[in-house]
Design a protein. Structure first.
Length: 731
């Protein structure tokens, strides 16, 4: 059996057996004859692993198969052009040969296929070929095509940032930095690949746009096999060639090559890597490859591709082409090729036998790595040290951002309009005051901390969150802003499928504890549909994501300090109506004031009924509670949850046990809103403590309208809360 060495690109076994002709000095685009043998070995190994998986799938020993067949020459070439465990990698599912070239072993790959606990990518949580390997800087990959592209951009930005701020990389105790080691070299390249179909995703263009604009060292590899499942490339791409379309992107080196030819692919990749590594900007390698094994084992391409077309492809099979090339160049003869292949076949067999007996994960491990096991944000707490006059929520969020940026050099703040002024010369010449956010929440941050820490993004929400995910994975602390909750949806894909799940799907090998600040909510008088939405439940619905929704200035400040120090990703929902409200102002509580997550606050104590709420409903419920106490002597206990995940079940249960009557109030639509879950749990677990049905007060099941008469009819008002309290007290 062949032994896989630390660097598989220099595999001794094949070389020892190679003929004297490999000792010739002739090189091919810089590749020695020995390297070409190694390349062939990896390509053949990759193909045989696919073949082995197909057998295992037919035997029902694995549950899914998708192959890298036809892509081996291009991806091995990329592996040879880049530095393993030095550069960073965001590969897609066809990149088996790349991962082998970087040092993944056949056993590790087959552990993915059987779903073993030893699978280094996910411990049996993801499908095979969803690559991930912490030691090799292969970042956990998911199934959605294209999400990796923006993350690769963020990863490259983080590398550049740490090079310019080396002190920021230091380990610090007491917050997420204790658990997030940072490595950087100053000239590392970030590899990211995708198929031709995936270039149709907006995220591809958003990633290209930012990589080119910022001159980032990202090597984009488009593995163009002419199809996305059954859809041919001319349907995907105007004119049929993505590299043609990209010709005018500045700073972008474009290399188009025959991706079934390893030497041509290596030449293209080498030039691309050189361009990126020397700081000239990103590169695109557009490689034309084939897809001999249908899309996956669940697809039969004979249904949409005629035999003639398939035979044309078969003539370009990179494995056969490479064999012929080695023989033609007198690098290996047929016997030697047979010997090499036999040794690979044996290696695959041994790895496969071992993987078939690899330990599966235990069923009770399912809750591991949903959240950080190292730092529980429920334990982050410290007392306020008040100073100065009362401040608004907007003031104290701004202060908290400044506090944290001072304390932690890993923080970068970005989003739409968050900078004081992108054209910083205007600031320097004192021609203008600066903007700092449409709500002015980030005002002064750029002036205080510089344009590389506080900057505007393009008007593209997926771009903001996708980059934040990449940055946070690499060790930065992005505190990104989504200007209006109503426009978060292009970013929801990154939030739901990436931000919240990276820790779990990588079995704890990767994490991305970014903070996403979002201006949310209605009661604006004229906000209408697209400036008034709530919908926090769509975020609490995602395991792995922490969600805050403060109702007053002091909590917003304390919770934001905690959110930024937290080791989990946090959605920080800021109610626009509360930003400058008189209600809930507070003196500045000091730079270290932290409100722990999952700790509700009793805004008002009472004995007759409980109201469980949060956000902008808190002041409305308080108004109603004071009125009913004054007018009818009903004593209401008002609980402000403050954080929605985790939430304080103990506080809810204690209050309901005391009063036996409860209203759950929230600004979102009544049906399916966040409070629906709370109400269900109360009914389930506290049934015997109740003297009345669990009531909900919430918005109507409509959108929020512009005309104030309509808005008042739609959103829950103090009057609605008063009426609900009155009827519940009488029940
Ligand atoms: C966002 C998203 N949409 C749809 C799918 C289902 N899907 C999986 S692979 C694929 C085709 C991808 O084609 P291409 O990018 O050309 O890569 P190839 O498989 O041809 O290498 C589709 C539609 C998906 N995984 N993700
Ligand atoms: Mg394709």
């Amino acid at each position: 059996m062949a032994v896989t060495k630390a660097d598989p690109r220099k595999n001794a076994t094949a070389l020892e057996e190679a003929p004297s002709s490999t000792k010739s000095d002739k090189t091919y685009e810089g590749l020695t004859r020995k390297q070409l043998v190694d390349m062939y070995r990896l390509m053949y190994l990759s193909r045989r692993l696919d073949d082995r998986e197909i057998v295992l799938k037919r035997l029902q020993k694995i549950f899914f198969q998708i192959s890298g067949a036809g892509h081996e020459a291009l991806t091995v070439a990329a592996g040879f052009a880049l530095k393993p465990s030095y550069d960073w990698f965001y590969p897609y599912y066809r990149d088996r040969a790349l991962c082998l070239a970087l040092g993944m072993t056949p056993y590790e790959m087959l552990c993915e296929a059987v779903g073993s606990a030893d699978d280094p990518a996910s411990g049996g949580r993801q499908m095979p070929s969803h690559w991930g390997h912490k030691k090799l800087n292969i970042v956990t990959q998911s199934s959605p095509t294209g999400t990796q592209l923006l993350q690769a951009v963020g990863c490259a930005e983080a590398g550049r940032y740490f090079t310019q701020h080396p002190d920021a990389a230091q380990r610090k105790t007491g917050d997420y930095r204790q658990f997030k080691d940072v490595t950087f070299h100053g000239d590392e390249v970030v590899y990211v690949s995708c198929g031709d179909g995936t270039t149709s995703e907006g995220e591809f263009w958003e990633a290209m746009n930012t990589a080119c604009n910022e001159k980032l060292p990202v090597m984009f590899v488009v593995e163009d096999n002419g199809y996305a499942i059954s859809v041919p490339v001319e349907v995907q791409t105007a004119g049929g060639s993505v590299s043609q379309l990209l010709r005018n992107f500045p700073n972008l080196l474009i290399e188009e090559c025959d991706g079934t030819d390893p030497v041509a692919s290596y030449a293209a990749c080498k030039r691309a890597v050189e361009h990126c590594r020397s700081g000239n900007g990103p590169a695109l390698v557009h490689g034309h490859v084939i897809r001999p094994y249908s899309h996956s084992l669940s697809d039969d391409e004979k249904l949409y591709r005629p035999e003639s077309e398939r035979q044309q492809d078969a003539k370009r099979d990179p494995i056969t082409r490479m064999q012929l090339f080695l023989v033609r160049e007198n690098i290996l003869n047929e016997d030697e090729i047979n010997k090499l292949e036999k040794s690979v076949d044996e290696e695959v067999q041994v790895a496969s036998d071992r993987a078939e007996h690899a330990t599966p994960p235990t069923a009770d491990s399912i809750y591991n790595h949903v959240y950080s096991a190292d730092l529980d944000p429920r334990t982050l707490v410290s007392e306020p040290k008040f100073e100065g006059p009362d401040k608004t929520m907007a003031d104290l969020i701004n202060a908290a951002l400044k506090d944290e940026m001072k304390r932690d050099e890993r923080i970068v703040v970005f989003g739409e309009d968050v900078a004081d002024c992108s054209r910083e010369e205007y600031l320097k010449q004192k021609q203008i005051k600066g903007k700092g956010g449409v709500f002015k929440l980030t005002a002064g941050l750029q002036c205080d901390y510089g344009s590389d820490r506080v900057f505007n993004s393009p008007l593209a929400e997926a771009n903001i969150v996708g980059r934040a995910v990449g940055m946070a994975t690499r060790g930065l602390k992005p505190v990104a802003e989504i200007q209006f909750f109503d426009y978060i949806w292009p970013a929801y894909h990154q939030i739901r499928n990436e931000l919240s799940v990276i820790r779990w799907r990588s079995n704890g090998n990767f994490s991305c504890p970014a903070v996403i600040r979002v201006a949310i909510g209605g009661y604006l008088t004229g906000g209408a549909i697209y400036h008034s939405q709530c919908g926090e439940v769509l975020f609490t619905h995602n395991p792995g994501l922490r969600v805050c929704f403060p109702s007053n200035a002091l909590d917003a400040c304390g919770l934001l300090h905690t959110a930024i120090r937290c080791d989990d990703p946090v959605m920080f929902l800021e109610h626009k109506r509360l930003y400058r409200e008189t209600y809930g102002r507070s003196p500045y509580p000091g730079p270290d004031y932290m409100v722990p997550f999952g700790k509700a606050k009793a805004v008002k104590e009472g004995n007759d009924l409980s109201v469980i709420t949060y956000g902008a409903v808190v002041p409305r419920a308080l108004q109603a509670a004071q009125r009913i106490e004054r007018e009818q002597g009903v004593s209401v206990e008002l609980i402000d949850l403050r954080t929605l995940n985790p939430y304080d079940w103990e506080a809810i249960a204690t209050s309901v046990r005391k009063t036996s009557r409860v209203i759950v109030a929230y600004e979102d639509t009544l049906s399916w809103g966040y409070g629906a879950e709370i109400a269900a749990r109360i009914a389930d677990e506290l049934f015997e403590d109740l003297d009345a049905p669990v009531k909900r007060v919430a918005a109507t099941d409509t959108f929020v309208a512009y005309q104030p008469v309509l808005e008042d009819a739609i959103l829950p008002l103090a009057e609605d809360l008063f009426k609900a309290m009155e009827s519940l007290a009488k029940f």
